[in-house]
Write a protein that binds this ligand. Structure first.
Ligand code: SF4
Ligand code: SF4
Length: 210
């Protein structure tokens, strides 16, 4: 068995001084924060300004569709590279029922990558990115925004007036804010068409005690 190494007095003194120096270096960083203005942002309840007012001008938040100016052209659906938008059309006779109506206009914001490709081809500016971004949900189905709430009441396609180059639009965000559900809301039953096998009901949301 070898003898333990004997340290010289100078070696111990050096170790003590190095430990004290590194301790001081670490603590001085910590102590310096006692005299600095805190930069912590207590989101969302103690913000000096609502976050929406601090976003860049061209911020891309949740998509919103103003159904009153949607022509049902499906250009947005075709433009989306990852099939986030789903529009189902029904055809009428144009006399007793509208020639074209939408019984479904869904946008799955859980899948959307906020690229804006669907906004570009819209002829009336009906589909737009809003500045809304808060929409955490416990049930995945609640991330699908349904702009036709009831498939039994299809939305007739908008006919732009001849020569129009501007279209009336509801204030941006007003529509989508109403569609964003409470974070712990149970998922709605998925709309079914006649003759389809019913999709299994949404799983019950397990409520986590807060
Ligand atoms: S923003 Fe992009 S990903 Fe989202 S729906 Fe539009 S095209 Fe699709
Ligand atoms: S939102 Fe615009 S692009 Fe999409 S179907 Fe309606 S009019 Fe066409």
């Amino acid at each position: 068995m070898s003898e333990p190494t004997q340290k010289s007095l100078g070696g111990w003194a050096r170790d003590v001084s190095e430990s004290a120096r590194s301790l001081w270096e670490g603590m001085s960083v910590t102590l310096s924060y006692m005299f600095k203005k805190p930069i912590t942002t207590q989101y969302p309840d103690r913000m000096p300004l609502p976050v929406v007012h601090t976003l860049p001008t061209r911020y891309r938040g949740f998509l919103e569709v103003d159904m009153d100016t949607c022509t049902a052209c499906q250009a947005c659906e075709r433009a989306c590279p990852i099939d986030v938008i789903n529009i189902d059309l029904i055809r009428g006779d144009g006399v007793t029922t509208p020639k074209t109506a939408m019984e479904r206009f869904d946008i799955d914001i859980g899948k959307c990558m906020f690229c804006g490709l669907c906004v570009e081809p819209c002829p009336t500016g009906s589909i737009q990115h809003t500045r809304e971004f808060e929409g955490a949900a416990m049930a995945f189905d609640n991330l699908t925004l349904r702009f036709v709430p009831d498939p039994a009441k299809p939305y007739p396609a908008y006919k732009p007036p001849k020569g129009a180059d501007a279209y009336p639009r509801k204030p941006l965000g007003e529509i989508v804010r109403k569609l964003i559900r409470e974070w712990d809301a149970p998922a709605p039953a998925f709309p079914q068409r006649d003759g389809q096998t019913p999709r299994p009901g949404p799983a019950e949301v397990s409520h986590v005690p807060r």
